[in-house]
Write a protein of this length. Structure first.
Length: 119
């Protein structure tokens, strides 16, 4: 069992920035590919960003390319999402996800952190 704890959410104005963190309670953090997802009110959860276990590969949803970056510190078992130029429509609960690279289908979710972008 891996526990994920997101933090860093809050209220920001249109065009502002936030940095989310997700700390994992696991020794072998590098064995987990990490992702960020978000769910707005009344909408389905959607993919935002991905980073593989050693941090060498990343991918982003088209809607956030060029504005968001994802990084990780395996020594701290933490993944980050830097969000710049935020828009009101990006108001959502942001979730961290961990997928074990060796065991297919073994994944975990955090409890989420609220991001609110005011216009």
């Amino acid at each position: 069992q891996v526990q994920l704890a997101e933090s860093g959410g809050g209220l920001v104005q249109d065009g502002g920035s936030l940095r989310l963190s997700c700390a994992a309670s696991v020794r072998t953090f590098s064995l987990y590919d990490m992702g960020w997802y978000r769910q707005a009110p009344g909408k389905e959860r959607e993919f935002v960003a991905f980073i593989n276990g050693n941090g060498g590969s990343t991918s982003f949803a088209d809607s956030v390319k060029g504005r968001f970056t994802i990084s990780r510190d395996n020594a701290k078992a933490t993944v980050y999402l830097q969000m710049n130029s935020l828009k009101p429509e990006e108001t959502a609960i942001y979730y961290c996800n961990a997928q074990n690279r060796l065991i297919k289908g073994l994944g975990f979710w955090g409890q989420g952190t609220q991001v609110t972008v005011s216009s």
